[in-house]
Design a protein around this ligand. Structure first.
Ligand SMILES: NC(=O)c1ccc[n+]([C@@H]2O[C@H](COP(=O)([O-])OP(=O)(O)OC[C@H]3O[C@@H](n4cnc5c(N)ncnc54)[C@H](O)[C@@H]3O)[C@@H](O)[C@H]2O)c1
Length: 290
């Protein structure tokens, strides 16, 4: 093979850079204290939003737990009979009924987590609700209470849960919320939930400022449509599935496991300098114009 000449300026740069790195510890200064690694063993997570084994939150909780993370599950009482059988599939979980609209339940949930876990590393927010009649027809038919209710559960709760988790949270922790591209573009019937997701995504950006001093990151995962309990409330949801398969560059749907894989990455040190972002797991659907 031909021996290519290396320009003198490249050689000089190489020498200078190696010298700087050695004497000033530059490598450690770029980007934070820890070297990147994917070991989550011994970490602890709070997970809101498991209703059944289809729930995105369930796939995330299971993936975290399989990677050595202890899980504190907060579930709504109305889904207790669906959640209880799943608990046997987790190693040593803490599972407590809770509702993001009920301050007393929130108080006792966080008190219990404090007692049992002491501190936590991750918060997963996978919670949303709007009345079925507000997920169809004309958006402007929403009433004041429906608007408030949807926002309280689906967007405000991220601030509330973060406020309560922050004092327990270790440095370099991670917060993850679930969103959908209906925050930016119009999906018929998604209506009020699109508006809630816009508020949720903006909250992610503002909260990233609030928690950054402890090295904590917060990001939203924007998933393509997945058949779940919440999704069944959206009129014409099947059309969203069909449209992704037809239009996305990869011509397929994404799964809740794809979302869980991204959540693992966002909880690991590999993503320590990614915060305030909305990251898409949608087979590329969101990049298409037509
Ligand atoms: N399924 C999809 O197509 C899809 C796509 C993008 C984003 N998301 C988002 O993912 C998240 C999880 O939804 P999912 O699809 O897994 O459905 P899901 O029905 O399994 O999860 C929704 C969860 O919200 C919980 N919840 C509702 N009201 C609550 C309250 N007052 N207090 C506490 N918990 C409450 C429910 O108990 C349930 O566990 C939601 O934020 C949803 O908007 C879903």
């Amino acid at each position: 093979m031909e021996n290519k000449k290396v320009p003198l300026k490249f050689k000089l740069y190489e020498k200078m850079h190696a010298g700087k790195a050695m004497f000033k510890g530059i490598k450690e200064k770029v980007g934070g204290k820890k070297m990147a690694n994917f070991n989550l063993e011994g970490k602890k997570a709070i997970v809101f939003g498991v209703a059944n084994d289809q729930s995105i939150a369930w796939h995330i909780a299971k993936a975290l737990n399989d990677n050595g993370v202890k899980i504190a599950l907060a579930y709504q009482e109305r889904v207790e009979s669906l959640v209880k059988p799943l608990l046997g599939l987790l190693k040593d979980p803490l599972a407590i009924p809770c509702d993001v609209m009920d301050d007393n339940l929130l108080d006792s949930f966080f008190e219990k987590v404090k007692q049992e876990f002491g501190n936590v590393d991750f918060l997963v927010h996978s919670v949303a609700f709007a009345k079925k009649e507000h997920l169809q027809g004309k958006y402007f038919d929403i009433d004041r209470r429906g608007y408030q209710l949807a926002h309280e559960v689906s967007a405000y709760s991220l601030a509330e849960l973060t406020k309560r988790t922050y004092p327990l949270m270790n440095e370099d922790g991670s917060i993850i919320a679930m969103t959908h591209i209906g925050s930016e573009k119009v999906f018929p019937n998604y209506n009020i939930m699109g508006v809630c997701k816009a508020a949720l995504e903006a909250s992610v950006r503002y909260i990233s400022q609030d928690v950054g001093d402890k090295g904590i990151t917060i990001n939203a995962i924007s998933s393509g449509p997945i058949k779940t309990l919440a999704a069944s409330g959206i009129t014409g949801f099947e059309k969203m599935l069909e449209h992704q398969v037809k239009s996305a560059p990869l011509k397929r749907l994404n799964s809740a496991d794809d979302v869980a894989n991204l959540a693992l990455f966002l909880c690991s040190d590999l993503s320590k300098n990614i915060t305030g972002q909305v990251i898409y797991v949608d087979a590329g659907y969101s990049i298409m114009g037509i």
